[in-house]
Design a protein around this ligand. Structure first.
Ligand code: HMG
Ligand code: MG
Length: 298
């Protein structure tokens, strides 16, 4: 049965902007977060504390975290691949941190420069230190539905990483289709493996929309009862280490879908469209959200 209420984790400021060729300034990122909050976003992935040599677009992480206006009831998360990232992140008071692993060895090496086993060893002290600071930890499982280097990825490979993340105390797992190749049954098969080890509220879906399947994948996961999804304003996004992958599913499109199904999100679609128009102007591209385009043309 589908849930009555869905939480969308807005990843636009992070996933959305980590792959832009022309860097977006900290002031624009801060303004985007403000507009997202005005639209009702209560979970915002703000930035990444990663190596600036690997992802220069996120080099202003501390500045952005210091500049955002914190609002009561809003949870702010950031990516932290290692202890160095965690230490820098904790100084900026996030509510949640995200370690990011992969279901494919090849992608793990390309994205974080280590094997899957090494990544789990590296994440273990990050989880411990985050918990000691009272901060929740999410774990992303990239390439859960396919890998740009390895090709097919099986549910067994997904489950293996989920089990590894659980063993080191990660609180929540996000099953990610990094390159947007997945289709609904494959999405269900992957999330079902996560649900064997984590409660419903602690499993989420993160779908890039390269093949236009993301909304269908979300609908299929709603049928499993999953009620947390990552989405990105204006459909921005991509991973610098997953060439050719397009953005995440657009927040506006998912909200249109969910409200049409009578599912509450707490989000204001018109204000989201405004936020999407703002950031699309900043990056100099039309929005990738079909719902936003339709609403703007009214
Ligand atoms: P490495 O080169 O193996 O790391 O990279 P290292 O420990 O050897 O350090 C190399 C240099 O980076 C050193 O500086 C470190 O101090 C520095 P140097 O001595 O050369 O001047 N460094 C750092 N600086 C700042 N913050 C840090 C940090 N760590 C090391 N945290 C590393 C390993 C993990 C750091 C690197 O591979 C990296 O930063 N990768 C991040 C890649 C990334 O951000 N990808 C995108 C996010 S994941 C994603 O988009 C997927 C997701 O959306 C889900 C999905 O769609 O699949 C979540
Ligand atoms: Mg992503």
């Amino acid at each position: 049965m589908k849930p009555d209420r869905v939480t969308l984790v807005e990843v636009g400021p992070r996933d959305g902007l980590q792959n832009e060729a022309a860097p977006v300034g900290a002031a624009e990122k801060i303004e985007l977060v403000r507009r997202l909050q005005d639209a009702g976003c209560r979970e915002i992935e703000v930035t990444s504390f990663v190596s600036p040599k690997w992802v220069p677009q996120m080099a202003d992480a501390a500045q952005v975290m210091a500049g955002i206006e914190r609002r009561a009831g809003v949870r702010y998360s950031v990516l932290t691949p290692n202890l160095k990232g965690l230490e820098a992140a904790l100084a900026t008071r996030p509510d949640e941190v995200v370690v990011f692993g992969a279901a494919s060895e090849a992608f793990s090496r390309r994205n974080i420069n280590c094997s899957i086993a090494e990544s789990l060893e590296r994440f273990a002290p990050v989880v411990e230190a985050a918990h000691a600071a009272g901060v929740k930890v999410r774990g992303a499982v990239s390439c859960a539905l396919g890998c740009p280097y390895q090709g097919e990825v099986t549910p067994d490979e997904v489950e293996r990483v989920v089990v590894g993340l659980k063993a080191i105390g990660v609180d929540h797992v996000g099953i990610a289709d990094t390159i947007g190749v997945g289709t609904p049954l494959a999405a269900q098969r992957a999330l079902e493996r996560a649900l064997k080890h984590y409660p419903l509220a602690e499993v989420s879906g993160h779908f890039h929309d390269t093949y236009g399947q993301a909304l269908a994948n979300i609908l299929a996961c709603l049928d499993l009862g999953v009620h947390v999804f990552d989405t990105s304003i204006a459909g921005l996004g991509g991973c610098p280490y997953a060439k050719g992958a397009t953005g995440n599913v657009a927040t506006e499109d998912v909200v249109y879908l969910l409200h049409g199904l009578g599912i509450d999100t707490g989000l204001d679609l018109d204000r989201l469209v405004d936020a999407g128009a703002y950031i699309s102007g900043v990056v100099g591209r039309p929005t990738a959200s079909r719902a936003a385009r339709a609403l703007l043309a009214r």
